[in-house]
Ligand binder design. Structure first.
Ligand code: ADP
Ligand code: MG
Length: 373
């Protein structure tokens, strides 16, 4: 039965998608996600968490074990890859080595049977778009890694797919080039308006490029939210630890309220926002970011205060990371801007540290990843 596009549906929808390769282990356990038209969505997670598998199912290169993937309300599980009209860029971009840049770009258009004149015009336009106008007649091995990746990007976009998938497309590039390409990709996304599902294990890349990020672990989405929400309101201890830096310190719950938790950390009373603790939780992890911790004498006007011994300092350049140890043996990192106010401590020196209740969360220590595993 033909299905008509449904304008009330999200552009792309995964509904309870599961995947097993060996009929035993689910590498994607229960994946549901809605992506809006024109949105830049990133799947972010550690290696082996199932990100590539999700993209392969979306592209049609892997079967879905159960569940549904639909585009504009239309299930595509049974649609062959070439009929999905999805642009794909992978890390090990396979440009055709025996074809010039122009021929590589023309390829997706000629298999779609576009006319010669249109192809010529489009190739020129996309070479301009990726800022490689003089390189049309070069072969891939005559280009730098960054240039090759830009050609791969143009080849994925040139047939104007509504949806573009990118799997660690910048993984092989060095840091400077990677940052430049991040800029290029977001520029093209804004300019051309296609929808992106991007995969990376690099959280800085995810935070800078995405409208929303699905944090993935062990085949399960831990949180799907805008970059600032992931950073400022992590849903659980995994996200708190995975996005940015966090001190995750074991503490004992003394009072549970729906929105706040009082806990004892070392011997100090601590007030925190409730992340995902329930009344039954006796232990929690107090999460406080290194840049939210003040050192004495500034620590004294903060809600939560502990005394810890200075261990060592890591000089990072724009900031300094100082390490302290609590009497419980738990280490704490403190980030301070590298300016004249950065104090010098001696090894073993007791230092008062302080942070605001609003700047810390209490989370369930048992990470949700292992639940039901
Ligand atoms: P990621 O992209 O997040 O690193 P993958 O989707 O590549 O994760 O892999 C998820 C899990 O599935 C891993 O344990 C991996 O070994 C397994 N896997 C991936 N591809 C295959 C395959 N073709 N056959 C069998 N197992 C696979
Ligand atoms: Mg992968």
């Amino acid at each position: 039965m033909p299905v008509t596009p449904d304008s009330s549906s999200p552009f792309l929808r995964f509904t309870h998608v599961k995947k097993t390769y060996d009929q035993k282990t689910l590498v994607v356990r229960d994946f549901s996600l809605d992506v809006r038209q024109g949105e830049f969505v990133t799947l972010l997670g550690p290696s082996g968490s199932g990100k590539t598998t999700v993209l392969m199912m979306l592209a049609g290169f892997e079967h879905v074990t159960s569940g549904t993937i639909s585009i504009q309300g239309q299930p595509i599980n049974q649609t062959p890859p070439y009929q999905r009209n999805i642009g794909v860029v992978f890390q090990n971009y396979a440009l055709f080595p025996h074809m010039t840049v122009a021929e590589n770009l023309a390829y997706p258009l000629s298999i779609r049977k576009l006319g010669k004149a249109i192809i010529k015009e489009k190739v020129a336009r996309y070479l301009d778009l990726i800022e490689l106008p003089g390189q049309a007649h070069r072969y891939p091995d005559q280009l730098s890694g960054g240039q090759r990746q830009r050609v791969a990007l143009a080849r994925a976009l040139i047939f104007e797919p509504a949806l573009v998938l990118m799997d660690e497309p910048l993984g092989a590039l060095d840091k400077k080039l990677r940052e430049q390409m991040q800029f290029e990709i977001t520029r093209l996304h804004r300019q051309l308006g296609f929808t992106v599902v991007y995969v990376t294990h690099d959280q800085v890349e995810a935070l800078t490029m995405s409208d929303r990020i699905a944090v993935f672990n062990q085949g399960v989405v831990q949180q799907f939210a805008a970059p600032s929400a992931l950073y400022e309101q992590p849903a659980n201890a995994f996200v708190a630890g995975f996005i940015g830096e966090n001190n995750l310190i074991p503490a004992t719950v003394s009072h549970f309220h729906a929105r706040t938790i009082c806990a004892t950390l070392s011997t100090s009373p601590i007030n925190a926002r409730n992340g995902n603790c329930t009344p039954a939780d006796r232990q929690c992890l107090v999460a406080v970011r290194p840049e939210k911790i003040a050192v004495q004498p500034g620590a004294s006007n903060h809600d939560n205060r502990v005394t810890a011994q200075f261990i060592t300092r890591h000089y990072v350049g724009d900031f300094i990371r100082d390490y302290f140890v609590l009497p419980t043996g738990q280490k704490l990192a403190v980030k301070t801007l590298n300016d004249a106010r950065a104090q010098v401590f001696s090894e073993g020196q007791p230092v008062e540290l302080g942070w605001m209740a609003d700047d810390c969360f209490a989370f369930k220590p048992d990470s949700p990843l292992t639940e039901g595993a």
